[in-house]
Design a protein around this ligand. Sequence first.
Ligand code: 5AD
Ligand code: FES
Length: 348
Amino acid sequence: MEIDNLIKKLSETHSLSLSEYEYLIENRTEEAAKILREKAVKIRREIYGNTVFVRGLIEISNICKNDCLYCGIRKSNAHCDRYRLTPEEILECAREGYSLGFRTFVLQGGEDAYFTDEVLCDIIRSIKQNHKGCAVTLSMGERSYESYKRLFDAGADRYLLRHETADKEHYEKLHPKEMSFDNRMECLKNLREIGYQVGCGFMVGSPYQTNKSLAKDLKFIEEFKPDMCGIGPFVPHKETPFAKEEQGTVELTCYLLSIIRLIYPQVLLPSTTALGTIHPMGREMGIEAGANVVMPNLSPVSVRKKYELYNGKICTGEESAQCKDCLNQRMRSIGYEIVVDRGDIKIG
Ligand code: 5AD
Ligand code: FES
């Protein structure tokens, strides 16, 4: 089938076969990207208008027991200057964020044993109590069903856990043998079952990624229908085994953002910091490809450089207010308005 027909089929049925997704990626042209972008923006506009949701990101710890080969805060990186925010510091970030208008907080961190269910539940309850009507999103890696359930019962609304790749063999090339693809997928299912709004996602251009593995990511998104989907380019970090690998491209990331918007028109799709890192206009380009969420950094400036998942990460020197204003302005410059509400997915 010709690429134009595939795009037509995708935008009408929101579904393609694995080999069709692969073909769409393999045979992409500038022209195809443009058509996809236009269709993605049109359908996003019908659902969300010209609004972009903001979530305040609080990076609570860079201590991690895992050793993902791509990640700058992997446990084997002895050069990583480790930190952990205290519960008081986290609540202070949320307070500052609230006064800046944020109504969603994303607590993200490595898999740090300090953050037991008890500690996290207290933090979640305090944020929900102090700031009525706010949503709390967690991004703290793999935990047990019971743990996810406790955090949900304490008031957490959403959970982000990127699946990283939907191809098991590929997953095993990105992670040490202690980590399991099946467990990752199990975690996503558990989160959904418990009642969270769930986010998955993957890196674009990670080592050993193929068009076939990307096709599997798209099929997985089509079938799992995550409420949120975080995708950004892989960017090498010099203290990891992937230091010498090539980074992902803006072009392919934006192409995939458009496809994902067409697969699931309602999905909450961030234009990521990684995209802004590899191109000065990366986040604007992501929005113009179909994304509808941005995540300014609310972490204390003193720790920002330390949460270095990849080299060159932007937004590490700015105060929270500056980061928010910067994104406001960037979105305005391309005709979008940031909205400060919980930013729930619009279903139906
Ligand atoms: N480049 C881009 N993204 C990365 N992540 C981790 N390391 C890198 C890197 N080197 C992403 C992973 C993880 C998320 C928090 O950050 O997808 O899930
Ligand atoms: Fe953070 Fe521009 S968005 S400084």
